[in-house]
Design a protein around this ligand. Structure first.
Ligand SMILES: Nc1ncnc2c1ncn2[C@@H]1O[C@H](COP(=O)(O)OP(=O)(O)OP(=O)(O)O)[C@@H](O)[C@H]1O
Length: 261
């Protein structure tokens, strides 16, 4: 079973951190023991998105050999476990990315899924996460430049001995979804796990330091991410919107027919 996924892209800003945090939370909501690890040691964001930016020990100290990984694990939403990176430049300078493999092995033994948020680009700290995970998931926006960058990342991953299994199309528009997905699958030569729509709820939930799958569970982005979590884990997807609608219809039917029984 595949357990350690690196979430990568070509350029920054495609939504890797958003996907890591929300897919991790969605897997945890499905009852899977899930850890997320912020391997973007230079531009760490997971801690900021989850309100863990001021914690005393982070992946920085672990990669610098100053702390054990157990000291850098924090509780996130829905039972998710989080290993954030620090935001100081000194911490980044002291961190040795070569220690990441050890950290990954240590974590992967205790969970069902480990999601590693990789840095963008092809620096040393960017390449290590591509090589060490069981599989890489590319987060790609439906734009030519993003697809080309994702393709470069796929080639780089293979060069360093890693493997790209899936793509997730993030910030998708409303039109021609299937066509765009097929085109991207063909260009990258990998299966798409699905499209996450452009959705203002993503930014709004970030302002509350809460994953969108928790803050706005019936939003388009949440439903897409939960569907992807179900696909990865082999669980059945349960559409909250459908059940909310059913609930409403049930209540309406009861209100209408109550007097007629
Ligand atoms: N589906 C979406 N709809 C709307 N906004 C989104 C969506 N996904 C991500 N965003 C927004 O896009 C911005 C970049 O997202 P994110 O930080 O997850 O990207 P990243 O690839 O991790 O970036 P970096 O490489 O700089 O770390 C954030 O402001 C985020 O809220």
């Amino acid at each position: 079973m595949i357990r350690a996924y690196t979430i990568a892209s070509g350029k920054g800003g495609t939504g890797k951190t958003t996907v890591t945090v929300n897919l991790g939370t969605a897997l945890a909501q499905l009852g899977k023991e899930t850890y997320i690890l912020d391997a973007d040691v230079g531009m760490a964001n997971i801690g900021i998105l989850l309100g863990l930016e001021n914690v005393p020990v982070t992946l920085h100290e672990v990669l610098a050999g100053k702390a054990k990984v157990d000291e850098a694990i924090y509780d996130g939403p829905a039972g998710l476990k989080v290993v954030p990176s620090g935001i100081s430049l000194q911490g980044f300078q002291d961190a040795n990315p070569d220690r990441l493999r050890e950290v990954m092995h240590d974590l992967v033994d205790r969970c069902d899924y480990l999601l590693i948020d990789a840095p963008a680009g092809i620096s040393r700290d960017g390449v290590v996460p591509l090589a060490i995970a069981d599989e890489v998931i590319l987060v790609v926006n439906p734009e030519l430049s993003s697809i080309v960058d994702a393709l470069k990342t796929k080639i780089l991953t293979e060069l360093v001995g890693g493997h790209v299994q899936y793509a997730i199309i993030n910030r998708a528009g409303k039109d021609n979804l299937d066509f765009v997905e097929k085109k991207i699958e063909k260009s990258l030569g990998v299966k798409s796990l699905g499209s996450v729509p452009e959705d203002n709820h993503v930014r709004e939930s970030a302002a509350y330091k809460t994953p969108v799958v928790i803050k706005y569970p019936t939003s388009g982005s949440s439903r897409a991410i939960k569907r992807i979590a179900a696909e990865i884990s082999g669980c059945e997807y349960h559409d909250d919107t459908a059940s909310a609608r059913e609930g409403f219809i049930d209540r309406l039917a009861k209100a209408i027919f109550r007097g007629k029984r």
